[in-house]
Design a protein around this ligand. Structure first.
Ligand SMILES: Nc1nc2c(ncn2[C@@H]2O[C@H](COP(=O)(O)OP(=O)(O)O)[C@@H](O)[C@H]2O)c(=O)[nH]1
Ligand SMILES: [Mg+2]
Length: 427
């Protein structure tokens, strides 16, 4: 098992504890590792002038429609210097901060940063709906002086493209290229050395540069923050869903090791009781990460206009769009072919003297691994099918099917049609 494929230094400690047969230490360490990921705070500052589209971006990032309850208020002129926190609905430790425009506060850049409490932010996104101005640049320079990162987002790209589309010689690629270049040149002229500019439409995050923004942030952030960001990302591409699946899969080894360590405690019945609680936690995590919980699906329905029932109809996993309980999970697990046999073997093997304990560990590991892997694959497939469904929705005229998504679509269809019984075996 590829247990070493974790960037964390904790991995070595766990391995050592397991090898030394120090189970309680191993359990503590594995739990620490799993919890750490879940509890990593990520604070993203969104700034830019009033009307630039900050609040809409905050909502879109959290998978919310502007009109929804709990959404940041949009289309209102800023009059106060209030900083508002918008926690991610599924990962409240990931927070988007809607900052007032520097022009609204009338503070100089250094005072502005102090005023908004810059220390807590992991990075800044500076939004503008047209060219970037002196205020944006002064702020960027001050952010840099504070040794924080910043990225420029040129918003409302859909508006620009709509206007350009009227021209006879319209080429989307060319228009986007020019806009990007103009923004970069404008920032250079104002003194920013190598500005990173991303063209975004908050109404269509799956188009233009939002994916690129994620990739860039992914590169720049430290490992644990990277995971927090990925999990909170809206499902804008099949690739994002696949990346989520891969990080969950990496954690699967630790969950399986945890289950194995627990199973080796020679008390009948205990291993299964502990395992189920651990499994419920893990599966709930997958469901939330893929946005397959009831509330996320309602949000998806609201923001895309696809009826909830239609979304629900493509979902196969019995664990999506329901409240996950121990009872439900046990029922689902028992329905997964072969599962029952594995668990029975585990229970039996524990009582075989000497060989029993290590054998129980092995069985527990493989059982947990196979079951969670099966569930994870099925949920990821559901998320991909949902994405394909919402991208297909008719009102979005021929906006463009980005060329790069065509192979991914094929791949998604292929994944979607793979017989699920194979995935129980495949890793
Ligand atoms: N077409 C389009 N309009 C947008 C976009 N982002 C924001 N808007 C609109 O621009 C206006 C101002 O947006 P808002 O988010 O309130 O800006 P803020 O003042 O910076 O928070 C609102 O009417 C939004 O609907 C976008 O990506 N595309
Ligand atoms: Mg606003």
């Amino acid at each position: 098992y590829d247990v070493y494929n974790v960037e964390d230094s904790q991995a070595e400690e766990i391995k050592e504890a397991l090898l030394n047969n120090d189970k309680s230490l191993a359990i503590t360490k594995i739990k620490e590792l799993l919890d750490k990921e879940k509890n990593t705070p990520l604070n993203i500052a969104i700034t830019g002038e009033s009307g630039s589209g900050k609040s809409t971006f905050v909502n879109a990032f959290r998978g919310m429609d502007n009109r929804e309850e709990g959404a940041a208020l949009t289309g209102v002129t800023e009059t106060t210097s209030e900083v508002t926190a918008y926690p991610h609905p599924n990962y409240p430790k990931v927070t988007l901060w809607d900052l007032p425009g520097i022009g609204t506060t009338k503070f100089p850049a250094d005072k502005y940063l102090e005023c908004v409490g810059f220390e807590k932010f992991d990075f800044f996104i500076i939004v503008s709906a047209d060219r970037f101005r002196e205020n944006d640049v002064k702020l960027a320079q001050e952010i840099q002086r504070m040794e924080k990162k910043f990225y420029f987002v040129r918003s409302k790209i859909d508006n620009d493209l709509r206007a350009e589309r009227r021209k006879r010689t319209f080429s989307e690629e060319e228009t986007l290229r020019k806009m990007r270049e103009n923004c970069i040149q404008g920032l250079r002229d104002l003194g920013v050395e190598s500005p990173q500019v991303f063209l975004v439409s908050s109404f269509e995050l799956h188009l233009y540069d939002f994916s690129l923004l994620h990739e860039t942030l992914d590169r720049d952030l430290p490992a644990h923050k990277r995971h927090a960001l990925l999990r909170a990302m809206p499902n804008i591409s099949l690739e994002i869903i696949d990346k989520k699946k891969k990080t969950f899969k990496r954690r699967l080894y630790w969950l399986s090791a945890l289950s194995a360590a627990v199973a080796a405690v020679p008390v009948p019945g205990l291993s299964i009781a502990v395992d189920i609680a651990v499994l419920v936690g893990a599966v709930t995590d997958y469901v939330f990460g893929f946005g397959l919980d009831i509330k996320s699906l309602q949000r998806l329905s609201a923001s895309t206009g696809v009826p909830y029932a239609d979304l629900r109809a493509v979902i196969v996993s019995p664990l999506a769009a329901v409240k996950i309980s121990k009872e439900l999970l046990l029922k689902v697990l028992s329905q997964i072919a072969g599962a029952a046999t594995f668990m029975a073997l585990e229970e039996v093997s524990r009582f075989i003297p000497i060989v029993g304990i290590p054998l129980a560990m092995v069985f527990s590991f493989t059982t947990t691994y196979r079951l969670l892997n099966f569930i994870l694959n099925q949920l990821a497939e559901d998320a991909q099918k949902l994405l394909l469904l919402v991208l297909q929705k008719p009102p979005q005229r021929s906006h463009r099917t980005p060329i790069q998504t065509i192979p991914m679509l094929c791949c998604g269809i292929f994944l979607g049609s793979a017989p699920s019984s194979f995935q129980l075996i495949s890793t």
